[in-house]
Design a protein around this ligand. Structure first.
Ligand code: VGL
Ligand code: ZN
Length: 197
């Protein structure tokens, strides 16, 4: 697919920015560190500045202490993003506006949820705000970004994937690349700062 033309990615009414799980535990030094995860913060801050007029939604992984995704309880991940802990806080350097809407996900002890639409009121909130198009970036490309983008497209949103503001866990080498390909083949458009700045 061609690079979308500049006009396509200029923000307008009905657009919103969706920042996925930019939380300390996913940054270097965190308990489930995404390689180079910290690099998304500066880039997302640039998008926040360029798209200052747009509504912002920030999702956070927000697990109970004994969450089923943690290895001690049968899951595949080290403990991470336990609700209320420092590791679950948004990256300190992320310049979220005070008006940002925060959406907590995967809050039930017996259910993991990679998508920000799973068991949350995100779709209802976006519908009420008349949002039809989402600029999506954050962590991690191959889990919560992928599943959020998949659901957003399935629900009929247009998705502009912020290709320079995502990073992958890459449990298997190439997972991030495959996730990106899947998102594009499902209909997401990949943009970078160069297209909007
Ligand atoms: C995530 C692994 C476990 C994510 C959350 O936000 O991508 N990944 N929990
Ligand atoms: Zn999690």
């Amino acid at each position: 697919m061609d690079t979308p033309n500049r006009n396509d990615c200029q923000p307008c009414a009905g657009d919103a920015l969706l920042m996925v799980d930019v939380q300390n535990d996913f940054l270097p030094g965190g308990s489930l560190a995404v390689p180079h995860g910290d690099e998304v913060v500066t880039v997302l801050n640039r998008y926040l500045k360029i798209f200052a007029a747009l509504p912002v939604y920030a999702t956070r992984d927000w697990h109970p202490e004994q969450h089923c995704s943690f290895t001690a309880y049968g899951g595949i991940w080290p403990p991470h993003c336990v609700a209320g802990t420092q590791g679950a806080q948004f990256a300190a350097a992320l310049q979220l506006p005070s008006s940002a809407t925060i959406v907590s996900k995967a809050t039930a002890v017996d259910q993991d949820a990679y998508s920000a639409f799973q068991d949350t009121d995100l779709d209802t909130l976006l519908y009420a705000a008349k949002i039809r198009r989402l600029f999506i970036g954050g962590l991690a490309t191959d889990y919560c970004v992928l599943n959020t983008v998949r659901d957003a497209l399935g629900l009929g949103y247009r998705v502009l994937l912020l290709g320079d503001a995502i990073r992958a866990v890459n449990v298997q080498p190439g997972d991030g690349e495959r996730a990106e390909q899947e998102m594009l083949s499902l209909g997401a458009q990949r943009i970078t700062l160069a297209e909007v700045a």
